[in-house]
Ligand binder design. Sequence first.
Ligand SMILES: NC(=O)c1ccc[n+]([C@@H]2O[C@H](COP(=O)([O-])OP(=O)(O)OC[C@H]3O[C@@H](n4cnc5c(N)ncnc54)[C@H](OP(=O)(O)O)[C@@H]3O)[C@@H](O)[C@H]2O)c1
Length: 268
Amino acid sequence: MHLPEIGLGTWQNTDSETCAESVRTALDVGYRHIDTAQYYGNEEAVGEGIDAADVPRDEVFVGSKVHADKFGLSHDQVIEGLEVTLDRLGLDSLDLLYVHWPVGNYEAAETMPAFDELVDRGLIDHVGVCNFSTELLDEAMDHLDAPLFAHQVETHPLLPQDELVDHAQRHEYHHVAYSPLARGDVFDIPEVVEVAEKHDVSPSQVSLAWLLSKEAVSVIPKATSEEHVRDNFDALDLELSEEDIERIRAIDRTERYVERDGAPWLDA
Ligand SMILES: NC(=O)c1ccc[n+]([C@@H]2O[C@H](COP(=O)([O-])OP(=O)(O)OC[C@H]3O[C@@H](n4cnc5c(N)ncnc54)[C@H](OP(=O)(O)O)[C@@H]3O)[C@@H](O)[C@H]2O)c1
């Protein structure tokens, strides 16, 4: 199954009822990709939302992540972690499993072969990683038999990640933009707001359409209310001009919203 351009993010959507309802609403609105993680503590609720939606399981692309601080990232911990994830989601297999962060006991030579084993056993379709550098991406690919399918990393108008997007394009895997709304701050970026006013759409739609104008990039905005879920989905219908795209590309301020100890960019 291919990766849909837009997916629903679910980090911090931890109230079970609200989370299940956001997922169900998103699927009924037309989303076909849901992003969760062991770390978010909401896999059961995500599974309930998928079950409640009027969409067959084989039409929904479901991604989750194994985390060094939860089950760990040794070979056996990855296998055990995925089994728990499937149990919580109430699914037989996952479309995509990511390494959440390259920290703790992450070792490419040990962790990535466990992902290959899960592919061989039919428990996951695709392998992904999150929060990697180009060096760590190259190393992970060296230790994988399966092709790397996706790299998920913070990407938005204040953190365009040109080097990582270029790497994804050259190696033909998906660059999945997380925090694509700059965690809600796109509403305060004047260049984005001006382009939004010109098209009479929300700054959220402009940020998503700008990201989607790049080859290999897909987006996973988190939204809780039906209004936000629908607004973001409408970004698929927004076409920005070359001038709009350049106006946002030319922003020379940088902001990173998601940090943790051991992140590869802290060593750079
Ligand atoms: N792999 C990783 O390490 C990692 C790290 C961070 C995030 N992620 C993934 O990426 C997803 C998205 O990133 P994120 O949650 O950090 O931030 P985000 O998607 O950039 O922003 C989410 C914020 O924007 C608000 N919002 C959404 N749509 C809106 C709209 N149309 N109008 C106004 N406000 C709107 C949301 O409010 P409401 O909730 O009230 O709708 C929420 O406060 C996460 O949920 C998670 O699935 C992955």
